[in-house]
Design a protein around this ligand. Structure first.
Ligand code: BES
Ligand code: ZN
Ligand code: ZN
Length: 493
């Protein structure tokens, strides 16, 4: 979508639809004042009024959106209302509209422009890839809109923030498209091809290791999980930028299980189809890489993705199997459904060769994280508190929230096996997300590492935000981009 930035008086602007976000007790212009005086609109949250002000204002339609209390507004309020504006505009079947950039002292001009652009793009998102015919309302698309700024500010700055917001949203939408794609379409091989496409577009050096490479190099974890499938596993390596004195290396690792049947320890039939999203971590990493390149962040970012399909067959790995991972450490497999940690073991170990300043993995790893945090925050576990806090802050700032859980020695003990170095599950269901993280930690060496368990937030059945629809959310992309942005700002100081 093209977003034009213009400085003008909204009440003098001719447009098919003018959307104005209004806070409680905020003054509105004379033309619509009776609305407030009669008590029909007060700017409360979720309130809205559509007017047809023929003869009084140059706009054909005027939509007032209630924003709630001024003092409770933050960047995410603006992101959500922009998404709401986009949806209302689309439902009104206009092909162009104007939104007055809402200004609030609590959010800077540039942040407001960025999150508004994010909301506009994400509010328009739908996944219609596999519909052979589209209903008229599904065909409705807004290709162009105008963001009005009232105050004389440098519109170049606003324009740049809008462009950043759009790049971030495209990263989120890339992740959504990947996680929404069905398992028969998005195989590990196809995931590798998409990485190559993103790499070619963004000037990111991309390599995909195929079955023979994995065997030659000893990716025992990834090979074991992938061996039951007719679709071969692969390992994706993307390298953006070069390391340097002011350019710390950040490694992003993604779980790319393109479908998780659970393997021989098979999952129940109900909702098993949702397990096409078990590459949500890989999707978040790929969406982030795409946006990092579009934004041109001056960092060295390496993405590593273990991609496989967890299937059942005569060749599948089994409970009781002992496998030797890339690191040389052995794992006793006690449940083939705890496969994510096994493929991540190889990727985390591989990451050590880059000597990263931070190693961050993103994975739809455990159902237990949904029990712990529900659908409103991802779980964060780390061996390095400054890194954990950096990510928690980035999550708050980008409304892509994370909440930290502890990693204590007692949990580490639970992952030890009697007959191998590690076992892939404990004997209980207690603290399932933490014990999974304690398992992963064995493969990170002395890197500063953080693990993001996005199993709860990567997918929504019943969206509660206007910038989400049923299906994949692209969780993790905004948090990672915010963290990388802050990193760059800090290393430039
Ligand atoms: N992919 C699942 C985790 C998951 C659950 C993702 C729900 C998204 C939504 C993972 O591979 C898994 O099956 N984990 C097991 C681990 C258990 C066997 C220790 C789980 O969470 O039940
Ligand atoms: Zn599983
Ligand atoms: Zn899984």
């Amino acid at each position: 979508m093209h977003i034009a930035v213009q400085q003008a008086d909204p009440w003098q602007t001719a447009t098919p639809l003018l959307v104005v976000c209004s806070w409680q007790a905020q003054a509105l212009p004379e033309a619509v004042l009776s609305l407030v005086e009669f008590g029909d609109f007060s700017g409360k949250k979720d309130e809205s009024v559509l007017l047809y002000p023929r003869g009084t204002l140059p706009c054909r339609r005027l939509l007032l959106l209630g924003m709630g209390e001024y003092d409770l507004t933050n960047a995410d309020t603006l992101r959500r209302s922009a998404a709401r504006a986009m949806r209302r505009a689309r439902a009104l079947k206009v092909d162009d509209f104007t939104l007055l950039l809402p200004m609030n002292e609590r959010v800077s001009f540039t942040d407001a422009a960025q999150v508004t652009a994010e909301g506009l793009e994400l509010g328009a998102y739908r996944y219609l890839e596999h519909k052979s015919t589209l209903k008229p309302e599904e065909q409705q698309r807004i290709e162009h809109m105008t963001l009005l700024v009232e105050h004389p500010i440098t519109s170049a700055e606003v324009q740049a923030s809008v462009a950043s917001g759009q790049a971030i949203a495209r990263g989120v939408m890339r992740a959504r498209n990947l996680a929404n794609a069905p398992g028969n379409v998005l195989t590990p091989t196809r995931l590798g091809e998409v990485a190559q496409e993103i790499g070619a577009q963004g000037g990111i050096a991309t390599t995909v290791l195929g079955l023979d490479d994995l065997k030659a190099q000893g990716f025992g974890g990834l090979l074991a999980v992938g061996q039951g499938s007719a679709e071969p596993p692969c390992f994706i390596i993307m390298e953006y930028g070069q390391p340097g004195p002011d350019r710390p290396t950040i490694c992003l690792v993604g779980k790319g299980i393109t479908f998780d049947t659970g393997g021989v320890s098979m999952k129940a039939a109900a909702n098993m189809d949702d397990m096409k999203m078990d590459m949500g971590g890989a999707a978040a990493v790929l969406g982030t890489m795409q946006a990092v390149a579009e934004l041109g962040l001056p960092l060295h970012v390496v993405a590593l993705i273990s991609a496989a399909e967890n299937m059942v067959s005569g060749r599948a790995y089994k409970p009781g199997d002992i496998i030797t991972t890339l690191s040389g450490k052995t794992i006793e497999v006690l449940n083939t459904d705890a496969e994510g940690r096994i493929v991540l073991a190889d990727a985390l170990y591989y990451a050590q060769r880059y000597q990263p300043a931070a190693l961050i993995d993103v994975a739809t790893l455990t159902g237990a994280i949904i029990v712990a945090l529900g659908k409103h925050a991802m779980g964060l576990m780390s061996n390095h508190q400054p890194l954990a806090e950096r990510l928690l802050r980035a999550g708050e700032a980008s409304a892509d929230r994370a909440w930290q859980l502890p990693l204590w020695d007692a949990y580490r003990e639970e992952m030890k096996s009697k007959i191998a170095d590690l076992r892939n599950i404990t004997g209980t269901r207690y603290a399932g997300s933490i014990t999974a993280a304690a398992f992963l930690e064995n493969f990170v060496g002395n890197a500063a590492w953080a693990h993001l368990d996005i199993a709860g937030v990567a997918w929504v059945e019943e969206p509660t935000r206007d910038d989400q629809v049923r299906g994949a959310t692209g969780a993790g992309v905004r948090l990672l981009l915010q963290a990388l942005h802050d990193w760059q700002a800090a290393s430039e100081q």
